[in-house]
Design a protein around this ligand. Sequence first.
Ligand SMILES: NC(=O)C1=CN([C@@H]2O[C@H](COP(=O)(O)OP(=O)(O)OC[C@H]3O[C@@H](n4cnc5c(N)ncnc54)[C@H](OP(=O)(O)O)[C@@H]3O)[C@@H](O)[C@H]2O)C=CC1
Ligand SMILES: CC(C)(CO)C(=O)C(=O)O
Length: 305
Amino acid sequence: MRIGIVGGGAVGLLYAFQLSKVFTVTLYVKRDEALQTIKNQGITISNNDHKKETRNVNVMKWESDVPLKDDLYIVATKQYGLSEILPVLEKCTKDQSILFLQNGMSHIDMLAHISHAEILLGIVEHGVKKNNDCTIMWTGKGRTKLAGYPETQADLHASSFINKWRDTIGLDFPIEVCEDFYEMMMEKLLVNAIINPLTAIFDVRNGELLTNPYFQKCMKQLYNEIKFLVQVEKREEVWNHICSICEKTADNISSMKRDINEGRQTEVDAILGFVINLAKKQGKSVPLTEFIYEAVKGLQNNASS
Ligand SMILES: NC(=O)C1=CN([C@@H]2O[C@H](COP(=O)(O)OP(=O)(O)OC[C@H]3O[C@@H](n4cnc5c(N)ncnc54)[C@H](OP(=O)(O)O)[C@@H]3O)[C@@H](O)[C@H]2O)C=CC1
Ligand SMILES: CC(C)(CO)C(=O)C(=O)O
């Protein structure tokens, strides 16, 4: 089974490294410089114990006329990078599968253009930070959750891939199949909608949202405004889940805070932008969410000017 991973960022490098242990993997990158570096040096991963490992992987440049010869494409770009990738992936045939690993949910509306290939949506629970074009730090081990879109059929094309992944590297790099993509994505969206923008605005690590009682109140206020996205009977469970992620990732710098610190575009449109649009569609007023959305946009704008 041939796997193509599109995007040689933190997540793309981690998945290329892990999956190349058992599959024929090609990593597709955007820049010549990244292509040469990975070709020459392979991918090096270090973890919190400062253990380092290097692997060589096939690497190619992603271009609009790239031949689509892989059985499964794993898309590991940021949400805002998808507009360049999707017109190419639209040409995939019904025997091919595409797995999207983006945070946020706004990409779901873009998937209507993929008419033939099987679509899978995924959630990355790992924490991974890119040091340079070929080196990453695996800061937190988690699971990869995935679900079929619009539904998880029993006979997914990708089943053999999922089973082989689980049976070989699954212990160290776990995978879990979920029935309902919406529930799976919504839970992660709520985590990112609360932790990411608040840590970015307050300029704190994830754990401080809980340890500082004032920040914790802000978290709760934001959750109270957007909890309409969760079924009434699950609201407390989801709130506890958000707090537990804050605790487990206490030392993390959230991806949104890191993007702002490093002058990059954030994924706020895919996260809070999506929440605001959904609220509009349901006739709900979300002034606090809108305020926080604008604040993040302002910080992003400031950092890049
Ligand atoms: N990092 C993490 O710990 C986690 C990340 N995620 C999600 O995973 C997704 C990816 O995140 P992450 O890896 O951190 O992001 P990065 O910014 O590190 O990586 C994105 C990569 O996509 C590449 N890219 C963009 N456009 C193209 C293109 N047209 N062709 C080929 N490559 C392209 C970029 O190339 P270039 O280097 O040239 O810019 C970059 O290397 C995001 O949605 C994020 O929210 C989810 C959970 C955890
Ligand atoms: C779970 C969390 C908040 C961990 O930092 C994350 O997904 C992110 O930073 O994007």
